[in-house]
Design a protein around this ligand. Structure first.
Ligand code: PGA
Length: 247
C-alpha cells in the first residue's frame, strides 16, 4: 500500500512543516508494510530532507522545460537534486490553471528522465450518465503517457481523483463502487496501451476528500492500491485515525 500526502500550499511557516514532518515520521514507523510519500511546497523540501532524513519526499509539479529562461519554474533536475523521489503531475488544481495533457506528458517524461517517480493525476470534472467521463479519463491517460516505455511505466503511480470530489468545496464524496469501476477501467486502458503484466503491476491510488471515515472503503471495496490525501495529511490526529482504520 502507498499513501501520499499532498500538502498543497500549506503550512505557512517552515517551522510548522518541519514539526509536522517529525510527527509524521514517528507515526508512520508503526506502519511498516505501507509506503509513505509527503509532498510539501518546494521551499520546505530541503529543510525537511535535512532534519527528517528518513521521510520520502515528493514535489508537487515540475516545469515542462529544462531551459533556464523560465521565471518561477522548477525543473525535474532541481527536484531530483534536492532529494525528492516523487513528483505530482497533472493535479486537477494545476490543470484548472490551464495545464494541458501535452504539458503533463512533457513533465512526466522529464521526471522519468531524471529518475523521479511521477504521481500522475487523472480525473473527470463531472460525471454524466452517458459514460463521457470514461472517454475523458482514457484521453488523459493516452496523452499523459505518450512516449512512456513499458520499463518506465514501472516508476509511474496513477492517482484517480474525480475533480468533483476534491477539496472542501467538493460536490460529494465518491463511493467505493465508483472508485472500483475506475480502477478496473484504468487497468484495462493500461493493458491495451502496454500489456497485461503492466496493467497488473500498476499502482492506482484513489484521491479526493479521503478522510478517517472513508479511507478504508477505498482501499478495500474501492480497489485502490493506496491513497492520495490532501487536507487530512496535514492533520496529524485525523491522519493517525485514518492509518489505524486501514491497518
Ligand atoms: P483533499 O485533496 O484530500 O483535500 O480532497 C486531495 C487532492 O487534491 O490531492
Amino acid at each position: 500500500m502507498l499513501i501520499i500526502g499532498n500538502w498543497k500550499m500549506a503550512p505557512e511557516k517552515k517551522e510548522q512543516a518541519i514539526t509536522l514532518s517529525k510527527k509524521l515520521n514517528v507515526l508512520i514507523k508503526k506502519y511498516k508494510s505501507t509506503d509513505f510519500v509527503f509532498c510539501p511546497p518546494y521551499i520546505y523540501l530541503e529543510g525537511i530532507k535535512k532534519q527528517v532524513k528518513n521521510l520520502t519526499l515528493g514535489a508537487q509539479k515540475v516545469s515542462t522545460s529544462f531551459e533556464v529562461a523560465n521565471t518561477s519554474a522548477i525543473s525535474a533536475t532541481m527536484v531530483k537534486n534536492i532529494g525528492a523521489e516523487y513528483c505530482i503531475a497533472g493535479h486537477s488544481e494545476v490543470r484548472a490553471m490551464g495545464e494541458t495533457d501535452e504539458m503533463i506528458n512533457q513533465e512526466i517524461l522529464n521526471l522519468l528522465e531524471k529518475k523521479v517517480k511521477p504521481i500522475f493525476c487523472i480525473g473527470e470534472i463531472k460525471r454524466d450518465t452517458q459514460g463521457w467521463y470514461l472517454s475523458s479519463i482514457k484521453d488523459q491517460i493516452q496523452k499523459g503517457l505518450a512516449g512512456v516505455t513499458t520499463a518506465q511505466l514501472k516508476n509511474v503511480v496513477i492517482a484517480y481523483e474525480p475533480v468533483w470530489a476534491i477539496g472542501k468545496n467538493a460536490e460529494r464524496e465518491a463511493t467505493p463502487v465508483e472508485s472500483m469501476e475506475m480502477v478496473i477501467f484504468i487497468k484495462k486502458i493500461i493493458a491495451d496501451l502496454y500489456d497485461e503484466k503492466s496493467s497488473k503491476n500498476i499502482t492506482i491510488l484513489y484521491g479526493g476528500s479521503v478522510n478517517e471515515n472513508n479511507a478504508k472503503s477505498f482501499v478495500t471495496a474501492g480497489g485502490a492500491n493506496g491513497l492520495l490525501i490532501g487536507r487530512v495529511s496535514l492533520d496529524i490526529k485525523k491522519f493517525e485515525i485514518l492509518l489505524k482504520s486501514i491497518k
